[in-house]
Design a binder for this molecule. Structure first.
Ligand code: HEC
Ligand code: HEC
Length: 403
């Protein structure tokens, strides 16, 4: 943000309004480094009066203490509780750190390494199924979702903000007339939240791995081994989807996702009531997918596909996968290694891909490493390899922001 005279005046005015209100109401204790717009976004993000009944904010499920992930005290670790105590969600809450780097949902060109053929594949967007094009479109989702914040309308949220403690801050940032047009006010409120979600607080690049890239820290031998296995196409092959630019030492080139979609065949999580009889098919049920898809794209071929998540902070964001079926990070890595060589370890009676209807089993990726094995074959990763990859993944945790 350019430091103009106007900006300085605005900052002073904001400072004055901050002192005029009780600090607790503003959550002003850890505003360090945020611009006025980002600070406003933080207020809205933490505002529990936007839900019905009041009590749940974005921060209830996206807790800064756990890399902006959480379940709002849900009795089922895989799915969050909404503002109605009986409401449990359908999917695992992802971390929203580094989410601002996801490009808008679109079909992008990808060249098949082997055949050289160029294909159009879905990528980007927000949510496990990319159903919000970007962060701005995403904002109203949880707000209006009956299972999450259950706000009856956008206007309801705007009025709660207008009548709430930090309304002066909204007027400072957006002008005195901001509440006159509720639709415009809602758009502006969403923009402030996106500004906060796009602030450095959500992408500090402050992990041991980042220090390693910058040349200020060394990986231990085990972490180094894990990193090598992670990259090796014949071993973990993890980099194929959890991408990073091999030649680059710029942390931004290492987001550990290419934001594409893939079907992993996660075991069913029987703790989720919502999917007991209605399987979660992911990307193929994304509203409007048919309309954006290029001619000839088989929508049914992406049933079971979910967005590749970033692995930054993964050690502190369990449970894992879209259905939160795994509590432990090691189990996820072991699943990759032995899903196909020892299916009985993961699926009851060894019946693979039991969270998807039989007609979608063919969509599950079985030809790319590490899960291109057959029962009885040696896994691509040994037990000590798995430990090393986990040790490497633990280097991706950001240090907590200095207060
Ligand atoms: C009750 C818990 C809950 C609340 C409250 C909540 N979220 Fe979420 N959030 C989730 C879950 C669960 C998902 C994944 C949903 C899906 O993929 O269908 C999610 C996904 C997201 C994503 C997409 C991240 C990605 O990588 O795809 C963003 C961004 C996000 N939430 C921001 C917000 C904002 C902003 C608010 C407040 C307006 C909010 N959330 C409120 C649980 C919650
Ligand atoms: C072909 C693409 C692909 C490859 C290769 C791949 N992954 Fe993934 N990974 C995904 C997708 C897609 C998901 C999300 C699946 C879901 O939610 O059902 C995922 C999820 C994960 C998660 C869970 C993250 C979370 O927040 O829930 C971890 C951990 C993970 N992968 C680690 C690895 C490791 C380690 C390797 C290499 C051994 C690897 N992945 C290889 C596509 C891939």
């Amino acid at each position: 943000m350019p430091k103009t005279a106007r900006g300085a005046r605005l900052a002073l005015a904001l400072l004055a309004s901050v002192f005029a209100l009780p600090a607790a109401a503003l959550g002003a204790s850890d505003d360090g480094g945020l611009s006025p717009l980002e600070r406003l976004g933080k207020r809205i993000f933490e505002d529990a009066s936007l839900s019905r009944p009041a009590g749940v904010s974005c921060a209830s499920c996206h807790d800064a203490a756990t890399a902006f992930q959480g379940v709002n005290g849900s009795p089922v670790p895989a799915v969050a509780r909404g503002s109605l105590p009986s409401s449990l969600g359908k999917r695992n809450t992802p971390t929203i750190m580094y989410a601002s780097f996801a490009p808008p949902f679109a079909f992008i060109e990808e060249k098949d390494e082997k055949t050289g053929k160029v294909e159009k594949i879905p990528a980007g967007g927000q949510f496990h199924d990319g159903r919000a094009a970007d962060l701005l479109a995403q904002f109203e989702g949880p707000l209006l979702d009956p299972l999450e914040m259950n706000a009856p309308s956008k206007r309801f949220a705007v009025e709660a903000i207008r009548d709430g403690a930090y309304a002066p801050l909204v007027r400072e940032v957006y002008g005195e007339k901001i509440f006159d047009d509720p639709d415009r006010a809602f758009e502006k409120v969403a923009q402030a939240v996106v500004a906060y979600e796009s602030s450095a607080r959500f992408h500090p690049f402050a992990s041991k791995f980042d220090d390693f890239l910058r040349g200020t820290a060394k990986l231990t031998p085990v972490e180094q081994k894990g990193f090598a296995l992670f990259k090796d196409p014949k071993k973990g092959n993890c980099l194929a989807c959890h991408a990073g630019k091999q030649e680059s030492r710029d942390p931004q080139d290492w987001l550990f996702t290419d934001f594409t979609y893939d079907a992993l065949g996660a075991p069913k999580n029987t703790a989720i009531a919502a999917t007991a009889s209605a399987p979660d098919l992911g990307l193929c049920k994304r509203p409007g997918l048919e309309k954006i898809a290029p001619a000839g794209f088989d929508v049914a071929s992406v049933c079971g596909a979910f967005k590749v998540p970033t692995l930054r902070n993964v050690a502190v964001t369990g449970p894992y996968l879209h259905n939160g079926v795994f509590q432990k990070l090691r189990d996820v890595v072991a699943f990759y290694a032995t899903r196909d060589t020892d299916p009985a370890r993961w699926y009851p009676k060894g019946e693979k891909f039991n969270d998807l209807p039989a007609e979608d089993h063919g969509n599950v990726n079985t030809n790319e490493g590490p899960y291109d094995r057959k029962p009885g074959q040696k896994p691509r990763l040994s037990e000590t390899d798995i430990d090393a990859i986990v040790a490497f993944l633990e280097t991706l945790t950001d240090r907590p922001a200095a207060k």
